[in-house]
Ligand binder design. Structure first.
Ligand SMILES: Nc1ncnc2c1ncn2[C@@H]1O[C@H](CCC(=O)c2cccc(C(=O)O)c2)[C@@H](O)[C@H]1O
Ligand SMILES: [Zn+2]
Length: 355
């Protein structure tokens, strides 16, 4: 797959792809449905011929080409419509874990939008059991540890916020793997402060706050996420580069950005990779993590995002290993688990660089 994707890495850096492929990683910003592989999507589309989603993987590539963010959400929801039973949920989750494991992802916080599935008729208890079954199977069979982020589909409004925080905090439903609470969807016309009561309830229940902000709107949305939603990390935060005070605040308070370079190009949030503000983030001392967001939809995967970061930031192996460390440091893993993955990253890098 990565060979079909332009990272712009020259041949001299070809072996960096090999280094990245074996580098132990953590991923913090990757969506459940958005990670459905072309094979899974085409299999589900074949089960539901009434769907607009093509069942031919080739046709899917064109289908996943977006004119703007609103078009992306429209396509994203058409794939959500394919996930109709707990068995669909289990299959999808297990296969997403397999794809993560193939990229040496040791730990991932997968963003799930339960409201979008329960409102389409999936039984809520069946949904929770399905993701938990897949999570435990993935850990046992692939060695990849998954945790969940439940996010509010912003455009679906306060009804979806209420439903999402209920599913996330009701002890009869809340899945064991749930660690964080987010807010996704369009930002334009969806001001962050209205979601404060819901984030307050989620945080009071021990969940960590990780809303999207500054993806398709300005730095004020990132400030709102920090001020009103208690954000501990920011999904994207792309427009933070427009506000030096915000960059300084993120750096001084070690608030990580979940940067998804190719996503920002695919949704037209950023015009070209060369114009992506990731360099400004690093120069300002912001803790940058690299993520894929909705990899098959954006024609990418996590390894490719590391290769893009290597090119834009002119990184060598040690620089790439530092990006992997950043994701582990910014994760909600406990201390010993973080230390284990960081040790693995260092051993791998030292061995790779040994003469
Ligand atoms: N890059 C992204 N940036 C932002 N979000 C992203 C990104 N990738 C994936 N998402 C997901 O898209 C969902 C949006 C779904 C949404 O707004 C909506 C609107 C109206 C009705 C319904 C419904 O379910 O009926 C849903 C979010 O919850 C989020 O998890
Ligand atoms: Zn996202």
């Amino acid at each position: 797959m990565p060979d079909q994707i332009t990272t712009g890495l020259t041949d001299a850096h070809r072996d960096l792809h090999a280094f990245i492929a074996g580098l132990p990683k953590a991923e913090l910003h990757v969506h459940h449905v958005g990670s459905a592989s072309p094979r899974i999507v085409s299999e589900l589309a074949a089960r539901h011929p009434d769907s607009r989603v093509p069942s031919d993987p080739e046709a899917l590539v064109d289908y996943f080409t977006f004119t703007d963010f609103a078009h992306f959400i429209e396509v994203y929801l058409s794939v959500v419509d394919l996930i109709r039973t707990p068995e669909d949920v289990r299959l999808l989750t297990y296969e997403v874990a397999r794809d993560l494991a193939r990229q040496q992802v040791r730990y991932a916080e997968l963003t799930i939008t339960p409201f979008s599935s329960t409102r389409r008729g999936i039984d809520e208890r069946g949904f929770m059991e399905a993701i938990e079954d897949a999570r435990k199977a993935a850990e046992a069979e692939f060695g990849t540890v998954l945790r969940w982020c439940f996010d509010i589909p912003g455009e679906a409004g306060l009804e979806s916020a209420e439903e999402t925080v209920r599913l996330a905090t009701d002890d009869r439903l809340r899945p064991e793997g749930l660690v964080s609470f987010g807010l996704g969807g369009p930002e334009i016309g969806v001001p962050r402060p209205q979601f404060k009561p819901y984030f307050d309830r989620a945080i009071a229940a021990g969940l960590r706050s990780v809303p999207h902000a500054g993806e398709t709107t300005g730095p004020e949305t990132v400030w709102d996420a920090l001020t009103h939603l208690g954000a501990e990390r920011i999904g994207h935060g792309t427009s933070s580069a427009q506000d030096p005070k915000l960059l300084a605040h993120l750096a001084e308070n070690r608030i990580p950005l979940e940067v998804c370079p190719t996503s920002n190009i695919a949704t037209r949030a950023v015009r070209t990779l060369e114009e992506h503000p990731i360099k400004e983030f690093v120069e300002a001392g912001v803790l940058v993590t690299i993520n894929s967001d909705d990899p098959p939809m954006f024609g990418t995967d996590l390894n490719n995002e590391y290769a893009v970061a290597a090119r834009l930031l002119r990184l060598d192996e040690r620089g790439l290993a530092q990006l992997a460390h950043n994701a582990v440091d910014a994760s909600f893993l406990d201390g010993p688990a973080k230390a284990r993955i960081k040790e693995e990253i260092d051993t791998y890098t030292t061995t790779w660089l040994a003469p």
